[in-house]
Design a protein around this ligand. Structure first.
Ligand code: UT7
Length: 335
């Protein structure tokens, strides 16, 4: 049975850097509060009025990943696009990437698993490769949060955290038994669905009704998060799902060469690192520069870690994510 390797990687972030200091002029917050509670120093937000979208950013990352794999767009057999911020409510951005890359009429699938979306997508792609159905699958995580955040003091508990960006990989079939994805682990707990959510518009609260009410106090179309509650679940689930992957393959935390956690909060990553007794060089963090880019955070992080020479062939790499749903997931691979 073939295994899947990451053959190519790329990422794209908008040029526009927004520092914590700049947020101080939009809302009651401080650089000190944001850095102390989250580790974030700056994030990228697309320029207001720009033509950038989750699909265009995803396409930019995908072009780099395809070139990095030594392929052309025509070599791609299937597209999987993970996002919580699609260009349109429907259709999803997977088909837009297919069109923007000028690829023939292959299948395109959209995954809606928020912060865990990239690891879920990787798992789906891995199953297609193991079954022999496809050889080269483009897996993209891309988010454009900035246009939909409440950038006033009312929304500061959420808006200071999220950033825009995209990452992509080409997952490729290999017969090399020494390399590839070893296992993936997917979980969800829907009872907490509204603890981190974008409640509106929804099928009980459609756009015409919202427009008719024209209520300036209706904040249901901004993302909401019960921060403390999410934090407590995150630190538990991250550890569980990493241990699950290690145990299934007969490894211990000390065997990990690189842990790439979803970049939700630097304090969460540091907590997991301490609990699992991992050294600094075993965990990659870049939330300081990009904030939380949800489905894009892991592919951006792997792309940077690889470019910095921190992941090499043969390394044991673990990716893990937790987020809205709640959903959480891990993937363990021999790079
Ligand atoms: O990626 C998906 C998964 N997401 C996560 O895992 C995120 C999990 N949660 C978190 O990362 C943290 O809970 C937050 C960073 C969101 C919040 O940090 P916290 O330490 O849990 O702060 P808090 O919500 O308990 O708020 C503490 C205080 C409050 O003021 P009072 O009630 O103590 O007077 C907030 O109103 O900080 C206030 N606050 C702020 N102050 C300045 C909230 N946001 C801000 C802000 N600037 N941006």
């Amino acid at each position: 049975m073939p295994r899947s390797i990451i053959k190519g990687i790329g990422h794209y972030v908008p040029d526009n850097v927004v520092t914590n200091k700049e947020l101080e002029s939009m809302m009651e917050t401080t650089d000190a509060w944001i850095q102390e509670r989250t580790g974030i120093k700056e994030r990228r937000w697309v320029e207001a009025g720009s033509d950038e979208s989750p699909s265009t950013m995803g396409t930019a990352a995908a072009r780099k990943a395809i070139a990095d794999a030594g392929l052309t767009p025509d070599d791609i057999d299937f597209i999987i696009f993970a996002t919580l911020s699609p260009d349109y409510y429907f259709p999803g951005p997977g088909v837009m990437v297919q069109e923007q890359l000028g690829i023939k009429e292959i299948g395109a699938l959209d995954v809606r698993n928020q912060c865990s979306g990239f690891v879920y997508s990787l798992s789906v792609a891995d199953q297609f490769i193991r079954s022999g159905m496809y050889k080269n699958i483009l897996v993209i995580g891309s988010e454009l949060h900035s246009g939909g955040l409440d950038k006033t003091t009312r929304g500061r508990g959420v808006s200071v955290i999220f950033g825009d960006g995209a990452g992509a990989v080409v997952l490729q079939a290999t017969d090399d038994e020494q390399r590839g994805i070893l296992s993936t682990h997917l979980h969800s707990e829907g009872q907490h669905a509204l603890e981190l959510a974008l409640p509106s518009p929804n099928t009980k609260h459609w756009v015409p009704e919202i427009m008719e009410a024209n209520d300036p106090n209706d904040i249901s179309y901004y993302p909401v998060m019960n921060g403390n509650f999410v934090f407590k679940h995150a630190v538990t689930r991250f550890q569980e799902v990493i241990h699950e992957a290690l145990q299934q393959n007969g490894f211990a935390p000390s065997d990990i060469d690189m842990l790439i956690p979803h970049q939700a909060n630097l304090r969460i990553s540091q907590f997991i690192q301490a609990k699992m007794k991992l050294r600094d060089d075993q965990v990659y963090n870049n939330i300081m520069r990009y904030g939380n880019t949800t489905a894009a955070s892991i592919p951006i992080a792997i792309s940077e870690a690889r470019d910095e020479g921190k992941i090499k062939e043969g390394d044991l790499v673990c990716m893990a994510a937790f987020g809205s749903g709640f959903t959480w997931a891990s993937a363990l691979m021999r790079w």
